[in-house]
Design a protein around this ligand. Structure first.
Ligand SMILES: *Cc1c(COP(=O)(O)O)cnc(C)c1O
Length: 364
């Protein structure tokens, strides 16, 4: 039985007629940049996911960039982030000329360790980028306590965590701002690039709304420095078709994760921890095993796809060599990068496929 790591065609085939009708309507009405499709998506997203206000943007990297501009990060400033994440989590820090400073993660959840975060704060620290990695919310109460103590601007990278909550509060609504991605492989994926931005206050929201369109409220009058961060109409139209399905897709991911958590019994395997404060949306289901290459080969023989997310922590990436990071700096992140294996987890997987993955792992 074949179990691909991810197959986007199933979801898109099921929604084909509806999606093409929506895209055609947008095409015929020439609603190409922002516009009514994007506005209706913003309203529906805010209402369904529990945010007071939302801005739709043109990627998941864009809101992170915008957030760092909005926070006023600049040369000489330090912004603390976990090293075990997708690189885009910290691009905005570099774009604004500030310096990413890493703090190690917890072994059980792969998320920022509040004690390591507190130890990384210096007089130059201006902000924190919290990543809710793999759909699992980070330890926000402890992280916010550090932020409040040092007056730090908190950006929640929710690219993998749409629909996740921390003690009942949706992720992204706890820090100053939250950012989302609608890259096709994310839990809510567009047909192309897309992202969103949520702000805790009306003032931050308004400023970000102007920055999204070249720092202007009125055409050709630019009060602040902005950029082009607009979502295009086609993505709004498509996401309007997909959003009503998100809750069911998330429930299915959680069901599959429940089966993996209960069924996987392989010795020396570390399963992702599920702390009581959080409700994960399982963007990934990532286990750890000391012989992960052999395990992957064993699974590949049974036609089970896996992926390595992420093989190299950020402090060891070439682009950040100038920061002087070296092996041993963040042992928990490094161990995660060396032992992690991500398993297939997407809503269209059948129960038989899930059982095949579990049996495949347990027979290693
Ligand atoms: C996908 C992702 C992003 C960036 O999103 P894009 O839409 O690809 O620009 C940022 N952070 C994390 C953790 C991601 O997984």
């Amino acid at each position: 039985m074949k179990v691909p790591f991810l197959d986007l065609s199933l979801q898109h085939r099921a929604l084909r007629a509806e999606a093409l009708a929506a895209l055609t309507a947008t095409y015929d009405a020439t609603r190409f940049c922002l516009g009514p499709d994007v506005e209706s998506f913003e309203q529906a997203f805010a209402a369904k996911l529990g945010y007071p206000r939302v801005l739709a943007l043109n990627s998941g990297t864009a809101p992170l960039h915008l957030a760092c501009m909005l926070a006023g990060f600049g040369p000489g400033d330090e912004v603390i982030a976990p090293p075990f994440t997708f690189i885009s989590s910290v691009w905005g820090v570099s774009y604004t000329g500030a310096t990413p400073v890493f703090a190690d993660v917890e072994a059980g959840t792969f998320n920022l360790d509040p004690a390591k975060l507190a130890a990384a704060v210096t007089p130059r620290t201006k902000g924190i980028i919290v990543v809710h990695l793999f759909g699992q919310p980070a330890r926000m109460a402890e992280i916010m306590a550090v932020a409040r103590r040092h007056n730090l601007f908190v950006i929640e990278d929710c690219a993998q965590a749409v629909g996740a909550s921390y003690e009942g509060t949706p992720v992204g609504a706890i820090g100053e701002v939250g950012t989302f991605s609608f890259y096709p492989t994310k839990n809510l994926g567009g047909c192309g690039e897309g992202g969103a931005f949520v702000a805790r206050t009306e003032a931050l929201h308004t400023r970000a709304r102007h920055m999204r369109v070249h720092g202007s409220d009125r055409r050709y009058y630019h009060d602040i420095i902005g950029g082009n961060f607009r979502m295009d109409g086609f993505q709004g139209a498509l996401l309007n078709v997909k959003l009503p399905h998100l809750a069911a897709w998330t429930a299915r991911r959680q069901e599959i994760a429940g089966r993996y958590l209960a069924g996987i019994k392989l010795a020396d395997t570390r399963l992702p921890e599920q702390p009581a404060f959080a409700r994960s949306v399982f963007h990934q289901f990532t286990i750890r095993h000391p012989r992960r290459e052999a395990l992957r080969a064993h699974l590949a023989q049974q036609e089970i796809g896996t992926d390595l997310i992420y093989p190299v922590p950020l402090h060891l990436q070439k682009c950040y060599a100038h920061l002087g990071g070296s092996a041993g700096d963040f042992p928990v992140a490094e161990a995660a990068a060396q032992t992690c294996v991500s398993l297939p987890i997407f809503p269209e997987l059948t129960d038989a496929q899930v059982a095949h993955v579990i049996a495949g792992i347990n027979s290693f």
